[in-house]
Ligand binder design. Sequence first.
Ligand SMILES: Cc1cc2nc3c(=O)[nH]c(=O)nc-3n(C[C@H](O)[C@H](O)[C@H](O)COP(=O)(O)O)c2cc1C
Length: 207
Amino acid sequence: MAPIELPEPDPDGQTSVERAIAMRASRRTFARTPVTIEDVSQVLWAAQGLTHVRDGVEMRAAPSAGATYPLVVFLEVTSGGRADLDRGLYRYDPGRHVLESELDAPVHDGLTQAALGQEVVRDAPTTIVLAANYERTRRQYPKHGDRYVHMEAGHVAENVHLVCESRGLNTCPVGAFTDADVADALELPARLEPLYLLPFGRRATRK
Ligand SMILES: Cc1cc2nc3c(=O)[nH]c(=O)nc-3n(C[C@H](O)[C@H](O)[C@H](O)COP(=O)(O)O)c2cc1C
């Protein structure tokens, strides 16, 4: 399948970063309306999108120890409802700002079960799965590499959280899951370990 080109990221949101911090909260319910491709573009760009070039290296939206960039961003879509974003599993390519189809098989139920049946994962139309290739950072930092990867995942998650808040999307970081079950559900290669789930979706206008 051809890669799905995402709209150009917009670095000028309508909400100040302070306002987004003040409003931020873990929100676990979602409207039935699907997220837009613009939402997906902004959220993925905030997670790992390219921002600038330093010494010939393409730098990303979140800091990374030694610019080793050990994280891979997957996007699970359960109810895209759009011809350009069918349900399935995608991998974000920061360099081209595109989504590559990763798995055609339905993964939503497996992912929900792996997350101990949590409703926030079950009900989310879209979930980011952050996975880590620890070796990339361990090679450069044998002593502190693992710690650095976890710190980086926190940076990515906060970027996602703040951009969601700024766009009126709900999200909640999810760390409670069975690693092996997430890896099985997503058919992750052995070098990648799942680290964090970030379900997100539109906010219901009425409770
Ligand atoms: C590392 C981490 C793991 C978390 N895992 C879960 C989870 O599995 N399920 C969940 O509902 N919330 C999870 N949360 C969200 C916390 O419950 C939430 O951040 C906390 O209650 C504070 O609320 P606030 O985010 O609205 O400020 C997690 C948060 C962090 C930082």
